[in-house]
Design a protein around this ligand. Structure first.
Ligand code: DMJ
Length: 658
């Protein structure tokens, strides 16, 4: 078949050579042509004409639907064969069907035949076009339908999730009797001098809060020199208002109710845990859940309880490990957990998974859901069964294998609050959880034997077990242990009450020395007891003070148990040093070198400064009837939670623990 592109040329030639128009093909040689030559020429011409006719008929109609027609050969033959009604000509065969069995080619036939053929071809084209269009419409319809279906399905799923959330948010938590709340309105120390000190601490709190309120509201923390928000990876770099939640109970205890209401309003309107943020399970538990629970118990405002319960649910996926030992971090949205990259052999950290008990017991108590209690009980039972080198708990435990990582042991960083929570689990249970008490006592015995030593000049310190030997170094974090020993003295075995109170006093003294031996009268991050060096930091990167509370915490516990005025004196020294060296116009900042008279600032106002440091100072200058220790247990972030009197009956009465 000729190419459609050649058609016009052929047609023109045809016209030129037609007999009715005897225009010479070779004008210069006309006279010279002989008859035989003419005959041959005629033959060629007639063959050519036949060819051109054929071309005209067989070429597709290029004037319309060119794109469609190009594919016609492919679809036409099967379509004609299948689609044409059988017996159309009475014989069950099509008159136009060529010898090759179908198709539209015409081999011979007159004008009428060709016309019919063209008509039929056109009809076929129309049918195909119609079919095609119908198919297209159907496909579009199907697509539209499935799109709508998908949309509808997504909407249904969204509605379900929203309803679930609403149900959970609006879920009526069971009414459980709130433990008798003693000592939340008082605290006047009586004498004017102490009252003045108490007032000064309150003023410091106003300064810290006011600047956070002004420059970093809703951010996790404040950068007091830059005067803007600050956050770290423990909060997944999200804006969860950590300082607000951490500071609430301190504001309440100090009677700063306008500020408290301000914080409460922010929490009501803005605190949302459905964020794509990977947070530290431990930090979120002690600061947020602890902070919200304490705010609830102090103020009775339901919103805090609801928020604590919502957040707790978000932490639960972190326990999905082969052993039930939680991951260090969890993504609040996806629930995916993992451990810190720096931790030994993929391990979870003792002080992190071991510092959930207090809050989780209270969560089960308030929500009526036993799951929280079960999770922390499981951790404890697992630890109880494990072999302990020298009776000590290593800092690292692999949550996949259930095996210890490196055999490092510390009562400071990475270990500290695990021991604290064994004691406090016993206290919060109104001293009925004897299993926890036993574990605490055994651990203290091993710690005394292997980690506690006296320096050359008689300073008692708690070292760290590393690489098979005792490192004679103590961290600022370890200083909390003085308070813990004092708190645990009552109830210790073999009438060792006096011994542990004494041990608490010795640790308080050592930690005070670590403050007193600096230029700023603020303690370094870590200090050594090597050779002639005692209670002093040697390495530059251990000389900083970041507004930590542990030393003041121990002063407060020691004050409560002994009423020795030196603790108030030491506390006042620390408060003055903080006010002098850490206070800046935009809040309070950590300092990088406590041995320098003009230290650089770190430009961070830690949320625990408001939650703990200022709270312990305030309590130190208050009377003992403000949050008495017979009724309240402070979590490791200084958030007070009430003792659950007769916890066994209370818990089993309100919660199905089986
Ligand atoms: C606080 O967040 C808690 O006290 C925690 O247990 C360890 N230390 C920091 C403050 O130093």
């Amino acid at each position: 078949m000729s190419s459609p592109a050649l058609l016009p040329v052929s047609s023109r030639r045809l016209a030129a050579l037609s007999p009715s128009s005897p225009v010479s093909f070779y004008p210069h040689h006309r006279a010279t042509l002989r008859l035989s030559e003419k005959f041959i020429l005629l033959l060629i011409l007639s063959a050519f004409i036949t060819l051109c006719f054929g071309a005209i008929f067989f070429l597709p109609d290029s004037s319309k639907h060119r794109r469609f027609d190009l594919g016609l050969q492919d679809v036409l033959i099967p379509h004609v064969e299948q689609g044409r009604p059988a017996g159309r000509d009475g014989n069950g065969r099509d008159g136009n069907a060529g010898p090759q069995g179908g198709g539209v080619m015409v081999h011979g036939g007159g004008e009428e035949h060709q016309h019919r053929h063209r008509e039929e071809e056109e009809q076929l084209r129309k049918m195909i076009r119609a079919d095609h269009e119908r198919a297209l419409e159907e496909a579009k319809e199907k697509l539209k339908k499935s799109k709508d279906q998908i949309r509808a399905e997504i909407q249904t799923e969204k509605n379900r999730v929203a309803q679930d959330m609403k149900k959970r948010e609006g879920k009526q938590l069971p009414h459980v009797p709130i433990p008798k709340l003693v000592g939340i309105n008082n605290g006047d120390p009586g004498d004017p001098d102490t009252r003045q000190k108490q007032e000064k601490i309150k003023e410091m709190m106003k300064h810290a809060w006011g600047n956070y309120r002004q420059y970093a509201w809703g951010h996790n923390e404040l950068k007091p020199l830059s005067r803007k928000g600050h956050t770290t990876n423990i909060f997944g770099n999200s804006q969860l208002g950590a300082t607000i939640v951490d500071a609430l109970d301190t504001l309440y205890i100090m009677g700063l109710f306008d500020e408290f209401r301000d914080g409460k309003e922010w929490i009501e309107k803005n605190l949302d845990f459905s964020v794509n943020a990977e947070v530290s399970v431990f930090e979120v538990n002690i600061r947020f859940i602890g902070g919200l629970l304490a705010a609830y118990y102090l103020s009775g405002e339901e919103v805090f309880k609801q928020k604590a319960a919502q957040l707790a649910e978000k932490l639960l996926p972190s326990f999905n490990t082969p052993t039930g030992i939680p991951w260090a971090m969890v993504n609040l949205k996806s629930g995916v957990g993992r451990n810190w990259g720096w931790a030994s052999a993929g391990s979870s950290i003792l002080s992190e998974f071991g510092t959930l008990h207090l809050e989780f017991v209270h969560l089960s108590y308030l929500t009526g859901d036993p799951i929280y209690y079960k999770k922390v009980l499981h951790i404890r039972q697992l630890l109880q069964k494990m072999d302990r080198p020298n009776g000590l708990y290593p800092n690292y435990l692999n949550p996949r294998t259930g095996r210890w990582g490196q055999h490092h042991t510390s009562v400071g960083g990475l270990g500290d609050s695990f021991y604290e929570y064994l004691l406090k689990a016993w206290l919060v249970s109104d001293k009925t959880d004897t299993e926890a008490r036993k574990m605490y006592d055994d651990a203290m015995q091993a710690i005394e034997k292997h980690l506690i030593r006296k320096s050359n000049t008689g300073l008692t310190f708690i070292g760290e077990w590393k690489n098979g030997h005792l490192e004679r170094k103590m961290g600022h974090l370890t200083c909390f242990a003085g308070g813990m020993f004092a708190l645990g003295a009552d109830g210790s075995p073999d009438d060792k009450e006096g011994h542990y109170l004494q041990l608490g006093a010795e640790i308080a003294h050592t930690c005070h020395q670590s403050y007193d031996r600096t230029v700023l009268k603020l303690g370094p991050e870590a200090f050594k007891f090597d050779g002639g060096t005692e209670a002093v930091a040697l390495r530059q990167n251990e000389k900083y003070y970041i507004l930590r509370p542990e030393v003041i915490e121990t002063y407060w516990y020691m004050w409560r148990f002994t009423h020795d005025p030196k603790y108030r004196q030491w506390g006042w020294e620390a408060a003055q040093a903080i006010d002098k060296y850490c206070r800046v116009i935009g809040g309070f900042s950590g300092v990088k070198d406590v041995y320098s008279s003009s230290p650089a600032y770190d430009d961070v106002q830690q949320s625990f400064f408001l939650a703990e440091t200022l709270k312990y100072l305030y309590l130190l200058f208050s009377s003992d009837d403000l949050l008495p220790l017979d009724y309240w247990v402070f979590n490791t972030e200084a958030h007070p939670l009430p003792v659950l009197r007769s916890m066994n009956t209370t818990l089993s009465g309100n919660v199905a623990f089986q």
